[in-house]
Design a protein around this ligand. Structure first.
Ligand code: NAP
Ligand code: ZN
Ligand code: ZN
Length: 349
């Protein structure tokens, strides 16, 4: 085993730096020196769920990171020491089911191995995430990142970005599409930038009046304050697609009302129960959908697209020692628009 330093918790909501073990490299493994890792709202959900489950195993969150390859296994074909890379929230999959064969490893029938809290497919250990100095990962789930972009601002593409990219692409968003984005946070602000770059007109639904100017600066042509019932009613039938990134339970029917004929509401933020009548779908033949993470093909496609179009996240970079501040501020919706922690300041154990 090799030892590195990581921010983790044994059941408290406060992360503490300490030594963890990474596996020795398997033939197709790559060791990544992690420089930056984004702080996703899912990390916050995971830390709180872990604390309330009273489990005392170690949780190390962090699942959108960038860094540099420092070592490769004997059979690694695609990467060399020194390569600029990125890793997202999936680090392995079965590779042979229909989903994996279709390039949708994110929907692997055997469930993809998540970057943290997953079960390693070889040795059965629990995976520990990217709030760490080093990560060891199968090369199939390592991506080339565009080096023309700030690495810190690329990290959030690996979860927040790809989670909104797949539904934008699978619903055929392009010039002339009318897209709504609900919730202007980490996922939402990237959805605005990406939909705009694909040629869509974009409207942001937000509860935060003070984000309206930012929404326009990010590329939105219109902003609707979602608590304003008149504004919501005036938007009836307007959208081809809404990407709903809201992190908390909420009523989705007001958003469905704003979908037009044959349009889709894609709920990617809150993944618990939602309540919809079939009638709300019937009128306008609407679809309710969801998406999560990305397959290998679309993840690399997203990174390449962002490199070409100069797109990355709006980030507030904090020293790794302030990881708990990032989590606390994220919980208060006090982020514009993604926290990223700088892990290069962490010494290897
Ligand atoms: P975030 O940065 O905290 O953004 C969430 C946004 O939701 C907030 O900025 C806020 O936008 C809105 N919001 C929060 N509480 C709300 C409430 N009570 N009512 C209405 N709106 C509210 O979070 P994120 O990192 O983008 O993640 C968003 C959600 O996606 C989280 O639940 C996360 O777990 C989930 N997620 C899912 C996947 C997946 O694979 N499907 C991947 C990553 C994350 P406004 O201020 O504009 O209203
Ligand atoms: Zn995430
Ligand atoms: Zn599979």
């Amino acid at each position: 085993m090799r030892t590195t330093t990581a921010y983790g918790t044994h059941g408290s909501t406060t992360l503490v730096a300490g030594p963890i073990e990474r596996r020795e490299l398997r033939p197709r493994d790559v060791a990544v020196d992690v420089s930056h890792c984004g702080v996703c709202h899912s990390d916050l959900h995971a830390v709180h769920a872990h604390a309330s489950s009273r489990a005392d195993d170690l949780l190390v969150p962090g699942h959108e990171f960038v860094g540099t390859v420092t070592q490769i296994g004997a059979h690694v074909a695609e990467f060399r020491v020194g390569d600029a890379v990125a890793v997202g929230n999936i680090v392995d999959s079965c590779g042979s089911c229909d989903m994996c064969r279709a390039g949708q490893e994110n929907f692997c029938r055997e469930f993809p191995t998540t970057t943290y809290g997953g079960r390693d497919r070889v040795d059965g250990t629990t995976t520990l995430g990217g709030f760490a100095r080093e990560y060891v990962v199968d090369e199939n789930f390592v991506y080339r990142r565009p080096t023309n972009l700030d690495p810190a601002a690329v990290a959030p593409l690996m979860c927040a970005g790809v989670t909104v990219w797949e539904p934008l692409r699978s619903h055929g968003v392009g010039p002339g599409s009318v897209v709504g984005v609900a919730g202007l946070g980490g996922l939402g602000h990237l959805a605005v930038k990406l939909a705009r770059a694909l040629g869509a007109s974009v409207t942001v639904f937000t509860t935060s009046q003070q984000k309206a100017d930012d929404a326009r600066a990010l590329g939105a042509t219109d902003v609707i304050i979602s608590t304003d019932r008149h504004a919501m009613a005036a938007a009836r039938g307007r959208f081809d697609l809404i990407i709903d990134t809201i992190s908390a339970p909420h009523a989705v029917e007001p958003y469905l009302d704003t979908i037009g004929l044959d349009g889709t509401l894609s709920v990617v933020g809150y993944l618990g129960e939602i309540s919809v009548t079939a009638l709300a779908l019937l009128i306008g033949r609407k679809s309710l959908s969801s998406a999560g993470s990305g397959g290998r093909i679309s993840t690399q496609e997203l990174l390449d697209f962002c490199g070409e179009h100069d797109i990355s996240a709006d980030v507030e970079v904090l020293p790794s020692g302030q990881i708990n501040t990032a989590l606390e501020r994220l919980a208060r919706n006090d982020v514009r628009y993604r926290f990223v922690v700088d892990l290069s300041d962490l010494k290897n154990a």
